[in-house]
Design a protein around this ligand. Structure first.
Ligand code: ZN
Length: 213
């Protein structure tokens, strides 16, 4: 399998500016590394939050992260040929597409049924039995969404080889049922809402994510 080098066709200015930054550096540079007082999807409070969409809003950076993630996945993929990359909507779509570009696979996404809330493939997206698949997400926290996508693909008869994310916020502990990689593994400090120093300081709490609770 051949992984294209990131920025093969990029201008020298973009190349030097972006290559100098680490993954977290890209988050800082694009204002995607938020500092404040946040209520996470889990209900816990935290003083920081990574808003992947703000990095992925820059196509050059999205492409670079996709190439890097594809490179990290390559030892897991080994000699297999990957047919399809699948990501959970919304957060996974852009990075899934960029990983698919780097690996030369189709790029599909799952979404939640409006009534049952179950993860499903819609829009005529098809998986053939025996196809080799990988699952890509922007941020893994518990691994729940990735695990649901893995199950959807396995139910369709696919061979799910591996999963990947830009950020692993589980400190490396999230299990998704298949081997997994990420570009950055973090373990953010979180607080129970009734024992949060930011609450005690009177700082208003905001909910930055996109998932309905
Ligand atoms: Zn708080």
């Amino acid at each position: 399998m051949v992984i294209q080098q990131p920025f093969e066709n990029a201008s020298p200015a973009i190349l030097s500016a972006a290559m100098a930054l680490s993954t977290i550096g890209l988050f800082e540079e694009t204002g995607a590394y938020l500092h404040g007082h946040f209520r996470l999807t889990s209900g816990l409070h935290s003083g920081e939050y990574l808003q992947c969409a703000k990095v992925l809003a820059h196509p050059d950076y999205a492409e670079r992260l996709g190439h890097e993630l594809a490179g990290k996945l390559s030892p897991l993929i080994s000699q297999l040929s990957v047919d399809v990359t699948v990501a959970p909507a919304m957060g996974g779509i852009i990075i899934g597409h960029e990983v698919a570009r780097a690996l030369g696979t189709r790029s599909l996404f799952t979404e939640r049924d409006g009534v049952t809330n179950e993860m499903t493939l819609r829009r005529g997206f098809e998986i053939k039995p025996g196809e080799n698949a990988i699952v890509i997400e922007d941020v893994i926290t518990t691994g729940g969404s990735t695990k649901e996508v893995v199950r959807v693909l396995q139910a369709a008869g696919a061979n799910v080889i591996a999963a990947g994310s830009i950020i692993d916020r589980s400190g490396g502990r999230a299990e998704v049922g298949v081997p997994r990689v990420s570009l950055e593994t973090l373990e953010p400090v979180t607080y129970q809402p009734d024992d949060c120093p930011l609450c005690r300081a009177g700082q208003p709490v905001i909910k930055p994510g996109s998932r309905r609770t």
